[in-house]
Design a protein around this ligand. Structure first.
Ligand SMILES: C[S@@+](CC[C@H](N)C(=O)[O-])C[C@H]1O[C@@H](n2cnc3c(N)ncnc32)[C@H](O)[C@@H]1O
Length: 565
């Protein structure tokens, strides 16, 4: 059915504004809601996908107050229905779990109750059913971050059984790896063939969690393809998983930028240096097209480089630049690599980098299996040198990662005898490394966390010193006051003073001493205040706190690293 005939396309920006104004008229300005609702740019992408699909039955995981439910309802046909699932906790609980601000709003209202009010005002109530509870897990952000006993009832399986299958699903619920994965599994089990699952936060702060779950999902579901915006597009973070029915074309249309890794001098130089330092090859061969500059750089670094293998080398570099679209061609590519060397630096394109990708996109698992058959094992030792990536709310940019060349870039080494039986458990470990790698993007914060934590500890220590300096200052000031008033009294009583002449110089000396001491303490207090102020720079404190909450394992590691119990 052509969506334009039964649902003329609305102007997205206008409907976004209308929805925002509706919440504002209910007492919830956008400033307050935007901390946890879809940004305008992502809403546009979501609406684009849903209008393309023109679904009849939509499932949403993660309503919050319903901004995206309203968008989905407005931009679908009149007979389309939206089922949205959320624990619907009081806003106070949600905001506290994010350490957010109430903005002076009534935060005792439950999330979906606000959504229902907005739907009424927008005339969308008939299109949306709000289901209260966890979708595939009972955990929420509040159980993770505040109180584990706040778990909610899981209602997703029943909602899916009663109202599925769905032709469009939007997943924007609990953003941890295991929760996203189980949401995807449940949603996929109730998806129409050829259906679409859109996800929020595939890039940016939560991106590594969400993409790790998508990777794990793709490993088990080869009948899905994944598209997401280039990693550099921090402010566009809606991705889609599309089910490809048997025999259909495995493509998602969309324009992505040119691959830039092999033409970006700075990145290529950095890459060549990292490779040479990691592998220390005397000679190497590069397989694939378009790598002339890389060859020159390796030669400059003292490596003898061939472009066609004629013998065995210390290193083979294969960045997936030659088309290997068929399964046979992929087998052949791996055979050429293992023929050339025991050590291969292998770059491949994961699903989802359309346009920027080589034609060769495959889940990493497909390559791991092929190399493993020859006894080669994957190691994630190069890509981390290109991180940290730039995240939206982290100020320092160290290296921008933009293409799939870096997403799936590994050192692959011959480590096991190819005759040996490769057990499934071993294979699972190898594939698990892929997920671990995605999760370990959080390592990029380790440095900042250490710095931040150090800052916090130092701040606490300085605050103590400041407090004791203030106590000292107070007692010295009291003493000064007492001596001053005694001096004043003595000066008034001049005759008596003359009689007490011997005492006056002694008192004046004491006053001068106390004045000096007070000035010194004042200076000390000023310096301590400056240091505290510096340490209180909001990003450091926020980041350290947030990193500790978000990465409890890392926080524990940092604690140990800092020698704490
Ligand atoms: C980022 S918000 C959703 C925002 C919404 N899609 C929008 O843009 O308007 C995430 C929501 O997922 C909810 N959530 C947390 N745990 C969940 C679970 N187990 N199942 C479903 N939703 C969950 C949170 O309570 C929160 O309301």
């Amino acid at each position: 059915m052509d969506s334009s005939t039964d649902n003329p396309r609305l102007d997205y920006d206008e409907s976004f504004r209308e929805i925002v104004d509706t919440y504002a008229s209910l007492g919830y300005p956008h400033d307050m809601l935007e901390a946890w609702t879809i940004p305008q740019v992502d809403g546009r992408a979501l609406v684009g996908f849903v209008e393309d699909v023109n679904p009849k039955n939509v499932l949403e995981v993660g309503t919050y107050v319903g901004m995206t439910s309203m968008l989905l309802a407005k931009h679908t046909a009149p007979d389309t229905h939206i089922h949205t699932v959320d624990p619907s906790l009081p806003l106070r609980t949600e905001i506290d779990s994010m350490k957010g601000s109430y903005h002076g709003c009534d935060v005792d209202i439950r999330a979906q109750d606000l959504g229902k009010k907005a739907a009424d005002r927008l005339g969308l109530s008939g299109k949306i059913t709000f289901h209260r509870g966890g979708f595939s897990v009972g955990q929420t952000f509040a159980t993770r971050n505040v109180d584990p006993t706040l778990a909610v009832e899981v209602v997703g399986p029943e909602v899916c059984r009663q109202h599925g299958p769905f032709d469009f699903v939007f997943v924007d619920g609990l953003h941890y790896h295991d929760a996203v994965l189980s949401d995807l599994e449940l949603a996929a089990a109730h998806l129409e063939p050829g259906g679409t699952i859109a996800l929020h936060d595939v890039i940016g702060m939560w991106g590594s969690n969400v993409r790790a779950a998508v990777s794990a999902f793709l490993t088990e579901h080869p009948d899905f393809v994944f598209w997401h915006p280039p990693l550099a597009d921090l402010y566009r973070s809606v991705g889609v998983l599309r089910h490809i029915p048997e025999g259909a074309q495995r493509e998602i249309s969309g324009t992505a930028p040119e691959p830039e890794f092999l033409t970006d001098e700075a990145k290529l130089k950095h890459f060549a240096t990292v490779v040479v330092n990691t592998v220390k090859p005397a000679n190497a061969v590069i397989l694939g097209d378009g790598c002339e500059r890389l060859r020159e750089l390796l030669v400059e670094l003292g490596v003898e480089v061939d472009v066609e293998p004629t013998r065995r080398y210390d290193l083979c570099v294969c960045l997936d630049t030659s088309p290997a679209t068929s399964e046979d061609a992929a087998d052949e590519l791996v055979q050429r690599c293992v023929f050339a060397s025991d050590t291969v630096v292998f770059g491949s394109t994961p699903p989802g980098e359309f346009g920027a990708a080589r034609p060769n996109e495959r889940p990493i698992a497909a390559w791991v299996r092929r190399f493993l058959a020859h006894g080669y094992v994957f190691h994630d030792t190069i890509r981390p040198f290109f991180e940290p990536m730039t995240y939206a709310n982290i100020p320092n940019r160290i290296f921008g990662v933009t293409t799939s060349d870096l997403l799936d870039l590994y050192v692959v080494r011959k480590e096991i005898d190819s005759d040996r039986d490769v057990s499934h458990a071993f294979l699972a470990d190898q594939l698990g490394e892929k997920e671990a790698r995605c999760e370990q993007l959080s390592l990029q914060r380790l440095f900042e966390e250490i710095v931040g934590r150090g800052a916090l500890e130092r701040e606490a220590e300085l605050r103590e010193r400041l407090a004791s300096a203030e106590t000292d200052l107070a007692s010295h000031s009291q003493e000064l006051e007492r001596v001053n008033s005694e001096l004043a009294r003595l000066q008034q009583e001049r005759p008596a003073l003359l009689a007490n002449a011997a005492r006056t110089p002694e008192l004046e000396k004491r006053v001068s001493q106390l004045n000096q001491q007070a000035a010194k303490l004042e200076h000390q207090r000023h310096m301590l205040e400056l240091t505290c102020h510096h340490l209180q720079q909001p990003w450091r404190v926020r980041m350290a706190g947030a990193a500790g909450r978000r990465f409890p394992r890392l926080a524990a590691f940092v604690k140990r690293a800092l020698g704490k119990t």
